[in-house]
Design a protein around this ligand. Structure first.
Ligand code: SF4
Length: 113
């Protein structure tokens, strides 16, 4: 999925089965959500830089990881869908890679808080 962008399909569509999702609020009102794909089309991480958002398959040194994550987070800082991205990651409890400008440890801390 990397050539079309890191979020173009792999995360939201995989999690939601590729179609709209529904939520039911406390009052029993069902809401159909279809925005999970549209926000990904506006992701700043689409394209060749997508590789920065996940650790490589080979071992990565601590300094190399810090440098890679800093570059990814700099892209997130410019992203117009940062909020949607982080919300999705927290909703899915996805703790792999950078989402919404936060790495997996930072997101876990939010969830555990
Ligand atoms: S906030 Fe970061 S990870 Fe999320 S879509 Fe934007 S650039 Fe990609």
């Amino acid at each position: 999925m990397r050539s079309a962008g890191r979020h173009a399909k792999s995360r939201a569509e995989a999690a939601a089965g590729g179609g709209p999702t529904t939520d039911t609020d406390e009052g029993g009102v069902v809401t159909v959500r279809t925005s999970h794909v549209s926000w990904q089309r506006r992701a700043a991480c689409r394209g060749p830089e997508a590789r920065l958002f996940f650790p490589p398959s080979a071992t990565e040194t601590r300094p190399a990881r810090a440098q890679r994550e800093a570059r990814a987070k700099a892209i997130c800082a410019t992203c117009v869908v940062r909020g949607e991205c982080l919300e999705e990651a927290l909703r899915l409890r996805d703790f792999h890679g950078i989402w919404g400008g936060l790495n997996e440890h930072e997101r876990r801390a939010l969830v555990d808080a």
